[in-house]
Design a protein around this ligand. Sequence first.
Ligand SMILES: Cc1cc2nc3c(=O)[nH]c(=O)nc-3n(C[C@H](O)[C@H](O)[C@H](O)COP(=O)(O)OP(=O)(O)OC[C@H]3O[C@@H](n4cnc5c(N)ncnc54)[C@H](O)[C@@H]3O)c2cc1C
Length: 485
Amino acid sequence: MAANYDLVVIGGGTAGLVSAAGAASLGARVALVERDRLGGDCLYNGCVPTKALVKSARVAHLVRHSEEYGVVSGGAEVDFPAVMDRVRRVIERAGEHDSPERFRKIGVDVFLDEARFESPDRISVDGHRLQARSVIVATGSHSTTPPIDGIEEAGYVDHVGALALRRLPRSVIVVGSGPIGSEFAQIFARFGSDVTLVSTSPLPLPKEDPEIGEVLRQVLLADGVTFHGGYRAEKVRVEGAEKVMTVRNEAGHEVEVRGEEILVAAGRAPTAGSLALENAGIELEEKGLKVDEHLRTTAPNVYAAGDITGKYLFTHVAEYQGRNALRNALFPVKAKADHRVVPWTTFTDPEVARVGLTEEQARREHDDVKVFRQPFSGVDRAMADGETTGFVKIVTGRRGKILGGHIIGPDAGNLIHEIVLAMQKNNPIGTLSTTIHVYPTLAQANQRAADNYYREKLFRNQKLFSAFFGARRLLDRVKPPVNRK
Ligand SMILES: Cc1cc2nc3c(=O)[nH]c(=O)nc-3n(C[C@H](O)[C@H](O)[C@H](O)COP(=O)(O)OP(=O)(O)OC[C@H]3O[C@@H](n4cnc5c(N)ncnc54)[C@H](O)[C@@H]3O)c2cc1C
């Protein structure tokens, strides 16, 4: 006999947990199937542990530079096992709300095993059969390894392996300079490893504005990272305790780089292999499940949310899509998933935050594109904090419509939200300028960038204003203002 459910959710990461908890709170009968631990990649192998590492790396960096603040310290020695103990404590604390007991208490039937489709509305798990009116697939993504000759024999880690290291490697070759590779490169360098970052793109964070990539490249160099931009990892061999990687650029120039450890952070793929999607008629594309604007897959009763959709691989998008899929899975009136304004942040130091189009994309797609900037070197609070690297860059279209916001600088991940809200509410750039901002805060960088919009307008009208003041002075000579009634 199959148990009957209004909704079966497969995958207990962010998207799955949000969907299951939301459905239970609405009074639906829900089953949640997770093959590992509730919490998913973000909690155990992603955002939470890496951000805890980012903090430790930042503390080490600050201690090393404490004399710039007039504080004398004996230098920073990193106790790697203690750092990793802290990471585990942070995960434990952040995961308190994700226990199976808590989900059972709120009315979710939790199954801890692998789910497999028998048909679009029937799922088998651990010898049980679940009959589902609707299903949400939220099985996430996993890292992939590019073809590099000899890498399997030489051995390497991905982010999961890197987070399980018990000893700090003396040297690390990081392959891939996207957000994960760039964050890890800086973390290991600040802990004291000798880091080489190999990237097929000429600058780190290839999806970001090149101006931002260039600033980050310089920051990484200052942290001691050796950056090989525009080079592809081709082969690896082992020499004693070291792995020797040959990397080659488009011109055919070869370089050998060495490291005790190799960390590959060069791409992600949807996790769907074990689901038997063919039994449910669910189509899988290269990046993720094929979904429509309501996050419905090619099986009419099956929805998808989170990394498995291959759209934006971020926890906050997984959460948003989880809510959207839940609503569409349970109710007849469907809501479109709105991906118009999606922000994200890379948590290097300084952080890199982004929403909307880059300048290049905007110029390709829109007329009348303008760019307004403010460097943090001109912001009083950044000066006081001694953190003046970076800038705010706002890209606008007609009548000051904000098309994109790009920040590299202190606390960029928080600062971007003002631009996100303006874009979401269709507020033009002028609103950032006319809104009173607290002094002295980093948020003034957004306001100063937006002030340039009005400054430019005023400059264009300067001749008109000059004519007005000239005429008024002439009038004042004929009849002084004090004598006017
Ligand atoms: C190193 C790293 C750092 C990151 N940092 C950030 C960050 O700072 N900010 C940010 O927004 N995002 C970050 N991300 C991305 C973020 O972790 C993901 O976007 C997020 O975890 C996606 O959530 P999800 O629910 O889609 O998938 P997941 O969290 O991956 O959950 C999927 C779950 O499904 C389970 N599962 C898979 N197949 C089956 C099956 N057949 N049966 C049952 N269960 C199954 C898995 O065990 C897993 O628990 C980072 C990722 C990495 C790798």
